[in-house]
Ligand binder design. Sequence first.
Ligand code: DC
Length: 209
Amino acid sequence: MIIAVDGPTASGKGTIAKALAAHFGLPHLDTGLLYRAVGRQVQLNGGDPDNADNALAGTQFPDELLDDPVLRNEETGGLASRVSIHPPVRGALNARQVNFANQPGGAVLDGRDIGTVIAPHADVKLFITASVDARAMRRWLEMAGREIDIPLAEIEADIAARDERDITRADAPLRAADGAIKIDTTHMDRDASVAAAIKAVIAKTGQAT
Ligand code: DC
């Protein structure tokens, strides 16, 4: 079974994808991490994330970089969003994601274009949303937990800018795939979001575990 989980930043899609993978016994790929690694590699190369050639060079990152906690930072998220608009970057990361999705037994992938581009044939496509306010507050709490002090207004502005870039880019923009089931987590906590997603997968596939 292939499950595609898409949505904007801090919507809860990562948490939901991980929980679905655990529940259904499937491997999970956080595709945002690949774009974050490219953004970080461009930074390490002293390159410009807005330059297509520099961004493409960043796709040659070593796999160990995927384990670097710096990839989780807001700054790296912004770099990822910038490198992700270049079609050659998306092309270079495509095969890795498609192969992961199509492995025997299936997989759960989360990102922006899983249901639209990487696995349009997924058995279940989920589109996770939440208001900008709710997403900014989640990100702020997460940062506070890591003792990183960023004003809420700054996080809100950053999320809005990232949404705008992800939604308006020409290649593989963020949007709900045809047939995607939408889950709005604005008023849901972690457990309620995960329960709603599991329920949706069971309703769609008839498969309980
Ligand atoms: O999900 P995330 O915040 O880690 O993603 C970081 C950026 O990577 C996001 O702003 C856009 C890009 N991205 C993408 O273009 N396609 C994906 N499948 C996943 C992420």
